[in-house]
Write a protein that binds this ligand. Structure first.
Ligand code: PHE
Ligand code: ZN
Length: 855
């Protein structure tokens, strides 16, 4: 057990920085084992802080070679976290701090600070990585201009801003926009660029460059196109123009997260940049579009207006996710995008909110900030902004955002600033609404109805279950979009926004001829769980008739989930014929597009069904949940006539294109292929698709089905032979086996995969492809009754922790649901969690996550 408990950082302890930095000058002499970093900082006492304080600079894993104040050498002894210059050694006014440090990027396996990926240098400074590059007040409310000189023999030497000078073996950069240190970036390597340009609304010419490793140039076109569309969209929808002459994106193979919005020099996990029809799936294209947009949008929501401290993370992340969701909805199908976003919210954020890691959108305290890049901060943070949008309306939202940019450009802000902007722009009192930022947990919405004379009364109730550290919950402002249908399926009351503010509140609708059928929470107007015990018939009715596409899907989804839950509780329950008929009717409905049909026909996840069963029964065995899913799938397959013809009819003619319509047809045909494969013991059709297709979407659909049905040996070998030199495609080969191998053999399979010559476990993408896909994507395999899945995960967490704490802590989240399971499994998981917690020198990241899970 680690003996030193890491300290807790609290929002209420915020104090302004004692010293500010106006300008940063950095010189890097690159070397894998001994890079020299010389820093010159123009500093001054902060007029808004107490005078005469010591100067504290953060610094980790730095070897200090020399330091000086105003040119005079000073001897200092750094501790493990930084150094202190006593106030007595500082002049009264502004001064210059200089330091030369040495660092070893090749040993930096944590991928935070300056590190190496496949021979190239790159940086990751959010949240607190800059302190691994030089001594600095490494906090987002210290904003400075940066001038950077890089010396190295790499052909490409990049930093933020605009290039100012270069020669053989060196380059200089200047970023005129003051920025926090977490947005600093440097890249050096043997890279090639895919180039393009953009003219902003006011006529500024911007050079666009995507840097990749030689050989990958032909995989940048889609990302570039997405970038240009994002730039235009931010101008038309938010009035925001780009503000430098150059915008660069660099793709790197070793990256802990998705991508990073460094000013003018975004650094991306190569997975979210590189795409070609042969190597990327429709889903990959969609993610690339969304993440390119996300990082670009940060230029205004994150960079120009940044966070005062890391508790305010949702200020930039929630808003930027909301913006990228709006963008993707505009580029593709809005309802389909909304359904996908809600599915993701439910699988990741509702899961988090229901367990030991639950925390508010703006947390009150943390031990390691890296642990708070969560679904709650990002996805629920985006939902909170979506609710604001719904409550004030699109026009007022735009006015508020204009005011936000006008008032706060160049500042480091708080959620209070954000709320105040909306109050000033709309005249609304948002005191109660702001509770969404401080109260954790997913609210439950209850519904009571009555009908008398011609008046229909809807009584809504709300309550939020307790979460760690928050026993008492108060009512929130919940926008409930509601419409009413008559028994024939006609809409008698179009969507109205009900504002639920009390614990219990009634809303009346007059002038109705008969009792209507309510369609509630249309468009998923709030991130809540609607506890409405609708019967199957009503759900089938809404699936057939609701005019709101989200609720139409939701009705079918909830019906399928409930039927599955019944089949788990009572294994003799036949697959409900009414459900099957309704699903086939949706498939045959000419008014629905293929992407939407694919979502209606897509079954809930095993975890979703598990949770539904658990609500009123003892925890089921995940293997039984899987059996129910297979039974329902098979029954549906039997009921759909002409599956092969339907699949053929969906084929997209011509060359592959990743557009939403074509992707939708492929999604539906993939789903139908999955059904057909239930009826084919040798998976003949999937084999044929695998052999013939020229795009990765269909290849992975077929390969997944072959793995799932135990028919994959030849296909896996062929796939490996063809793609062994493409790391992103090889990740798919690993991941499909980890997620879809039948549970009886899943642990053995992932064990063997981790012994494979291509299993490069220090690259997070590869590790996640096996360990993550298994623990988060193969429920019955991971939760095997003898605990072998748990042991496998714990072994890897223990091995990875000293190498890459951030990725270890994220993967440890796979255990967060442990109390949902039967006692036997709980005991087995507890044992593994304790094994991890007992390790010496466990990282701060993993200590915090495991500690909270165990609490
Ligand atoms: N700020 C990045 C984003 O949301 C995420 C990130 C966080 C990347 C921490 C790296 C490290 O776009
Ligand atoms: Zn972000």
């Amino acid at each position: 057990m680690r003996t030193d408990t890491p300290p807790t950082i609290r929002l209420t302890d915020y104090a302004p920085p004692a010293y500010l930095v106006d300008a940063v000058h950095l010189t890097f002499r690159l070397d894998p084992a001994a890079t020299r970093v010389a820093a010159r900082l123009s500093m001054r006492p902060n007029p808004h802080a107490a005078p005469g304080q010591d100067l504290r600079l953060d610094g980790e894993k730095l070897t200090l070679r020399a330091a000086a104040i105003d040119g005079a050498r000073i001897e200092l002894n750094p501790d493990a976290e930084g150094l202190t210059v006593p106030a007595g050694a500082l002049p009264d006014g502004p001064f210059t701090w200089e330091a030369e440090v040495e660092i070893a990027p090749k040993d930096n396996t944590a991928l935070e600070g300056l590190y190496m990926s496949k021979g190239m240098y790159c940086t990751q400074c959010e949240a607190e990585g800059f302190r691994k590059i030089t001594f600095f007040p490494d906090r987002p409310d210290v904003m400075a201009t940066y001038t950077v000189r890089i010396e190295g023999d790499q052909p490409v030497l990049l930093s933020n801003g605009n290039p100012t000078a270069q020669g053989p073996g060196w380059a200089e950069w200047h970023d005129p926009h003051p920025k926090p240190s977490y947005l600093f970036a440097l890249v050096a390597g043997d890279l090639v660029s895919h180039d393009d340009g953009f003219v902003t609304a006011s006529g500024r010419e911007v050079a666009l460059k995507i840097y990749v490793r030689p050989g990958d140039q032909h995989k940048c076109a889609y990302a570039m196109d997405a970038l240009k569309r994002s730039m235009r969209w931010d101008e038309t929808e938010y009035g925001r123009e780009y503000d430098l002459d150059l915008f660069m994106i660099v793709a790197v193979d070793d990256f802990n997260m998705g991508a990073m919005e460094n000013k003018g020099l975004n650094i991306f996990n190569s997975k979210y940049v590189l795409a070609s029809p042969e190597t990327a799936t429709d889903r990959d294209y969609e993610l690339i579009e969304g993440i390119i947009a996300h990082e670009y949008f940060h230029n205004w929501t994150g960079n120009r207006i940044t966070c005062r401290d890391w508790f305010q993370l949702c200020l930039k992340e929630g808003l930027t996710v909301f913006r990228d969701q709006q963008f993707s909805g505009d580029q593709r199908s809005r309802p389909v995008k909304r359904i996908e976003d809600v599915q993701m919210l439910r699988t990741r954020q509702f899961r988090e909110d229901a367990g030991p890691l639950a925390h508010p959108v703006r947390p009150q305290e943390y031990i390691e900030i890296n642990n708070f890049y969560t679904a709650t901060v990002y996805e629920k943070g985006a939902e909170v902004i979506g609710m604001l949008h719904r409550l004030v309306g699109a026009d007022a939202y735009r006015r508020a955002l204009d005011l936000y940019f006008e008032r706060h450009d160049g500042q480091a802000c708080t959620i209070e600033d954000w709320i105040e902007v909306f109050e000033d722009a709309t005249g609304r009192d948002l005191t109660q609404f702001a509770r969404w930022y401080s109260q954790a947990g997913t609210p439950r919405l209850g519904v009571e109805e009555s009908f008398e004379g011609d008046t229909y009364t809807l009584t809504l109730t709300q309550s939020t279950p307790p979460t760690p550290g928050q026993a008492e919950k108060r009512p929130l402002v919940i926008p409930v979009a509601a419409g009413l249908l008559d028994r024939q399926g006609a809409e008698v009351v179009p969507t109205r926004m009900l504002e639920l503010t009390e614990a219990r509140q009634s809303f009346t609708f007059e002038g109705l001829a008969a009792r209507p059928v309510p369609s509630l929470l249309r468009g998923f107007s709030a991130p809540v769980i609607l506890n409405r015990t609708a019967d199957d018939a009503e759900r089938a009715f809404l699936l057939a008739n609701d005019t709101d596409p989200f609720n139409k899907w939701e009705a079918g989804h909830a019906l399928t989930r409930d039927v599955l839950a019944r089949m788990v509780r009572a294994p003799d329950t036949p697959a409900d014929p009414e459900l099957l008929t309704a699903l086939v009717a949706a498939l045959d409905d000419p008014a629905l597009d293929p992407a939407f049909k694919a979502l209606v026909l897509g079954f809930p996840t095993a975890e979703d069904v598990f949770r539904t069963v658990r609500q009123d029964s003892p925890p089921p065995d995940p293997a039984e949940v899987r059996v129910a899913l297979i039974r329902l799938d098979t029954a549906l397959a039997r009921l759909i006539p002409d599956l092969p013809e339907r699949i053929r009819a969906l084929a997209v003619p011509g060359r592959y294109s990743p557009d939403a319509d074509s992707a939708g047809r492929r999604a539906l045909s993939g789903r139908l292929l999955g059904l057909l494969t239930r009826l084919e013991p040798d998976a003949a059709t999937a084999r044929a698709v695998f052999a013939r297709t020229d795009n990765m979407t269909e290849t992975m659909q077929a390969l997944g089905l072959l793995v799932r049905s135990d028919n994959a040996d030849a296909a896996l070998a062929a796939f490996h032979a063809r793609w062994k030199d493409d790391p992103l495609v090889l990740d798919k080969w690993f991941s499909v086996q980890a997620a879809l191998t039948p549970p009886e053999r899943a642990v053995e399979t992932v064990q063997a995969l981790t012994e494979h010559a291509d299993f490069d476990w220090k690259t997070p993408n590869r590790l996640r492809a096996v360990v993550g896909s298994f623990a988060m994507g193969n429920m019955a395999g991971f939760h095997r009754a003898d605990g072998a899945g748990y042991r496998f995960l714990a072994d890897w967490l223990i091995k990875l922790d000293p190498v890459n704490p951030q990725t270890t802590a994220r993967l440890a989240g796979a255990f967060e649901t442990w109390r949902q399971f039967d006692e036997g499994r709980q005991a087995l998981i507890l044992h593994q969690l304790q094994r991890i917690a007992d390790r010496d020198a466990l990282s701060r990241d993993t200590t915090e996550i495991v500690g909270r899970i165990l609490d």
